[in-house]
Write a protein that binds this ligand. Structure first.
Ligand SMILES: *[C@@H]1O[C@H](CO)[C@@H](O)[C@H](O)[C@H]1NC(C)=O
Ligand SMILES: *[C@@H]1O[C@H](CO)[C@@H](O)[C@H](O)[C@H]1NC(C)=O
Length: 519
């Protein structure tokens, strides 16, 4: 290209074209900044509402979001081990969601449409992924269908990004196995401390905390949503037992098992709850429990002034006793915040039968061991194909594969469960003992004081909520004396989710403690 004798015509243009060029350059720059922003870091801590807004404004697609998370999983999961398997179909599901969004009226779409979600590996997915509760004994098993909650998530257009790691068999193989460990998944790590992530829904909590996924699902029999959420500075929501379907979930006890969200914010957890709560004909308990679901769903209770007029109970003994002084000081500050936001705090209340609660684990163990054998055998029998068909088979598998399954961690819970023989006299006694504990303990405390929720630091209240099938929400509260994250639990009577949401959201909005780990 030579030098032209006279300037080309486009350069001889006037002020008009100069302005145009400046405008165009600005536009290109701004679009570039947007792409940079959404290409990298600012997907961190993104909420469900921000995702939907980004979709609506064409700032990014579901594919781009899935690609971001897959890259993060590649980068940090080898260290954290929160994700057990990635769904080979995640990108094509994202493309489908992107296509649907371009053809359907946005108003008809669920808030989870196009949103990547991680499913604890004890929940059946009828796809290319395995469902194993972290154990090699179930590797290659073929499930008959999606778990009930997975069906609801797919119908809502959520992207099943993968399976979350967990404490193997939801921590019901041995009490000596470390929390967050499984044969297939190895040892999950807390992204804040590098140590104990707590289980059993460890991978679900690790993964949302470390921004390897948008939202996740866990299960709880006693503490398995609340404890990992406590340890990983995220929001955990354990619904009333039966509010969400347990069909297709590798069980411990139909009386205590509950499926619930683990997310970074209360509103994200509520959007997930709105999708997964409700009737599933494969879990009969959902039929009766569905009477608790309010017309219009749960999102309407995300009110910033949700604390106003709420009656909150404080039971210091035993829940405030074993805390460091720094942690206690943070908790006291939070209690003041709750008061300032209009809640009425009833302090120094007492659980009527505290001594009994101290030994309630014995009754709980007795019941769970028998219930586990019955329900896990049913689950295994229903599989289309499986290396193990019964609890006895699973015990034998571990003995045959002591290295693969680290038999040095033991399997004494398996063996004790196998020795049970249905619900006999001892189990009946244990069950009625726990029923009395609920009635004369937590329920009496709540009703007598007209409480909307009991407020407790860390997840130490989990057994009381567990044996009664009561709901609880944990919200990030800070870092304790030892530098470890912890949360506040708001626990309530069955079906009290709307109030718990108002309280938890009010507390979260007043404090905004959650922050991502430095990795
Ligand atoms: C399921 O397990 C098999 C056997 O280890 C493995 O080849 C396959 O990749 C697993 N599926 C996924 C999606 O990881
Ligand atoms: C906490 O404070 C109490 C009372 O001020 C004090 O007696 C106790 O030693 C402190 N505990 C710790 C672990 O610092």
């Amino acid at each position: 290209m030579g030098i032209t004798e006279s300037p080309p015509s486009y350069l001889s243009f006037s002020l008009f074209s100069t302005l145009f060029l400046i405008l165009a350059a600005t536009l290109v720059f701004r679009v570039g900044v947007q792409i940079l922003k959404f290409h990298g870091f600012s997907f961190r801590e993104i909420t469900v509402q921000q995702i939907q807004l980004g979709f609506k404004r064409n700032q990014f697609t579901s594919r781009r979001l899935v690609e971001f998370y897959l890259k993060e999983i590649d980068r940090i999961n080898p260290m954290l081990k929160g994700v057990l398997e990635v769904n080979p179909d995640a990108l094509s599901q994202a493309d489908k969601a992107d296509h649907e969004r371009s053809t359907k009226a946005a108003i008809s779409l669920s808030p989870l449409h196009g949103v990547p979600i991680l499913i604890k590996d004890n929940m059946a997915t009828k796809d290319k992924m395995n469902t194993t509760a972290g154990s090699y004994a179930l590797l290659g098993s073929v499930v008959p269908r999606d778990a009930g909650v997975v069906t609801k998530l797919r119908e809502a257009g959520a992207i099943i990004l993968g399976k979350a790691s967990l404490s193997e068999w939801s921590n019901f193989r041995s009490d000596n196995a470390p929390s967050g460990w499984s044969g297939r998944g190895g040892q999950g790590k807390n992204p804040y401390t590098g140590g104990d992530p707590c289980g059993s829904s460890s991978g679900s909590a690790i993964s949302v905390a470390a921004n390897m996924v948008a939202v996740s699902i866990g299960t709880e029999t006693d503490g398995s949503i609340l404890c990992p959420s406590n340890h990983n500075l995220v929001v955990g929501f354990k619904p009333t037992v039966g509010l969400t379907s347990r069909a297709g979930v590798i069980p411990i006890s139909p009386r205590q098992d509950s499926v619930g969200p683990i997310c970074r914010t209360v509103s994200d957890a509520v959007f997930v709850l709105d999708v997964i709560a409700g009737i599933d004909s494969n879990d009969k308990a959902t039929i009766e429990t569905s009477r608790y679901i309010p017309k219009g769903g749960y999102a309407q209770f995300l009110k910033t002034d949700g604390l106003r007029g709420k009656r909150l109970g404080i039971v210091r003994n035993p829940f405030f006793l074993r805390m460091g002084n720094d942690t206690l000081a943070i908790v006291e500050r939070h209690l003041n915040t709750l008061r300032k936001r209009g809640a009425v705090l009833l302090d120094n209340l007492e659980i009527p039968n505290l001594a009994d609660h101290g030994i309630s684990w014995r009754a709980e163990d007795t019941a769970l061991l028998a219930e586990f054998k019955i329900s896990v055998n049913e689950y295994l029998k229903e599989l289309v194909a499986s290396p193990v068909r019964s609890l006895a088979d699973a015990i034998a598998f571990n003995k045959k594969n002591p290295k693969l399954e680290k038999l040095e961690y033991g399997q004494e819970l398996f063996i004790k469960a196998e020795a049970t023989n249905g619900i006999g006299k001892a189990e009946e006694e244990a069950l009625s003992y726990m029923e009395r504990l609920n009635r004369e303990g937590f329920v009496k405390l709540m009703i007598k004081n007209k409480l909307d929720a009991l407020v407790t630091p860390t997840s130490s209240v989990s057994r009381i909520l567990a044996i009664g099938g009561f709901p609880g929400v944990i919200v990030p509260a800070g870092f304790g004396s030892d530098g470890h994250p912890f949360g506040l639990v708001f626990g309530g009577l069955k079906g009290s989710e709307p109030k718990l949401i108002e309280i938890a959201y009010g507390f979260e909005q007043a404090t905004k403690i959650r922050k991502p780990p430095k990795l």
